[in-house]
Design a protein around this ligand. Structure first.
Ligand code: IMP
Length: 402
């Protein structure tokens, strides 16, 4: 069966590792939207492989990786990623193809994004301005590209169609996430493409009827850039104090007294190493929000969840899960379209006891501490979607599959 892996929160859920795992069962891996605003990290034998443009499956020599027509691609960045990957693993990488209909990010797009993208806190990579030119019908596509990338360019929609007809299976690799989707996210604090499931079809030029849609969710929530974040713990400005902080000491402190939201947020950021792959920015951190996860489950018709970084929560005495929002007098269980409503929403929490044990060695769900099992089961209960994968450490094999 064909699969899709997409983000359910505001990105940085750890999609790379899930994609790397699922890619094994597919022949072709295709990206459909975004550009080098994305950042995946795959860790193999303690070596970190960061990717921005190339699908993470580029490490698998027997696969075909496609950059689809829905993408916007900076040729210089792509050339340098190709060079880096060759330097690290030689020629033993996947075959690469670029859609002739993908759009080119030009210098002018990057400088315009750096000037105008501040309000939203964009990554400054020229993504929005390139899509704007595409919609204005003044963009440049790869069809006539005669640079070093020309040998990779072809009609990838046609290629995919023919391969699927032969029985090959496709993995759609999502970038960014549901809450950053231009239509379904927290507009205007969003990226400029459709990161929800529909974007996979328009962004590749193929449609498949049976699709296993895996929604990746971090065991807590993070966000980079501006915009509403209901379950945020404190503000995210990185302080000098934070740089000196030691996460273990902070953990003892927050468990021993009535810690402030800011201290808990800081502790989660340190424990989870929540600093951006693409921009290095500290990420805003908060409790898990199942209003968002239910929304993501609905708009993407999720088959299951991959819950990542559960190990980061080890050691916290109390965990909280947001089940609904209070806006004025009303309790709501759906994401409002009105951004000011969302900005004024107050989270209603379910409190759960945490666990102390190191869970990174667990490979079976039943081996997890009972409180960790209950945390996962609560997510399933509140969303109605099974949690199939549980990430319990950064390495490739640190995962529980149910
Ligand atoms: P842009 O995609 O550079 O236009 O940025 C728009 C918003 O999406 C900003 O808030 C970015 O921080 C956010 N964003 C873009 N790509 C990612 C990602 O891969 N992870 C998390 N946030 C992202």
């Amino acid at each position: 069966m064909h699969s899709a892996v997409l983000g359910t929160q505001w990105g940085d859920e750890g999609k790379g590792k899930i994609i790397d795992l699922v890619a094994k069962e597919h022949d072709i891996i295709v990206r459909a939207q975004g550009g080098n605003n994305a950042g995946h990290t795959v860790v193999i034998n303690n070596v970190k492989y960061p990717f921005h443009l190339l699908p993470s499956a580029i490490l698998h020599p027997d696969k075909i990786c496609i950059l689809g027509n829905g993408m916007v691609i900076d040729p210089d960045v792509l050339l340098s990623e190709i060079k880096n990957i060759k330097a690290k693993i030689g020629e033993e990488h996947a075959k690469l193809m670029i859609s002739d209909r993908a759009h080119i990010i030009e210098k002018k797009h990057i400088s315009s994004d750096k000037k105008k993208g501040k309000k939203v806190g964009t990554t400054g990579r020229g993504i929005g301005p390139t899509y704007a030119d595409k919609i204005n019908r003044s963009g440049k596509r790869y069809e006539n590209h005669n640079g070093k990338l020309a040998k990779y360019v072809q009609d990838t929609s046609l290629f995919l169609f023919n391969e699927i007809k032969k029985g090959k299976t496709v993995l759609f690799e999502g970038a960014q996430a549901t809450m950053l989707d231009i239509d379904h996210g927290t507009y205007p604090f969003v990226t400029s493409s459709n990161c929800t499931v529909g974007g996979f079809f328009t962004g590749t030029g193929i449609f498949v009827r049976d699709l296993n849609v895996i929604g990746v969710a971090k065991a807590y929530t993070t966000r980079v850039g501006e915009g509403p974040f209901v379950t945020e713990l404190g503000d995210y400005e990185i302080t000098k104090k934070e740089k000196r902080d030691n996460s273990e000491k902070l953990l003892v402190k927050i468990n021993n007294k009535n810690a402030s939201a800011q201290e808990i947020g800081r502790c989660v950021r340190l424990l989870g190493k929540e600093y951006g792959t693409t921009t290095g920015r500290p990420r805003r951190c908060g409790w898990l929000d199942t209003v968002i996860l239910r929304y993501a489950a609905r708009v993407n018709n999720l088959s299951n969840f991959a819950l990542t970084k559960l190990d980061v929560l080890s050691g916290l005495k109390e965990l909280k899960i947001c089940d609904c929002y209070r806006i004025g007098k009303d309790f709501i269980r759906e994401i409002p379209s009105d951004i000011t409503k969302l900005q004024n929403a107050v989270p209603a929490y379910i409190s759960m006891p945490g666990w102390d044990e190191d869970i990174t060695k667990c490979r079976k769900f039943e081996k997890l501490p009972l409180n960790a099992q209950n945390y996962v089961k609560m997510i399933e209960e509140l969303t109605g979607v099974p949690v199939k994968y549980i990430g319990i450490g950064p390495n490739r094999d640190e995962i529980i599959i149910r």
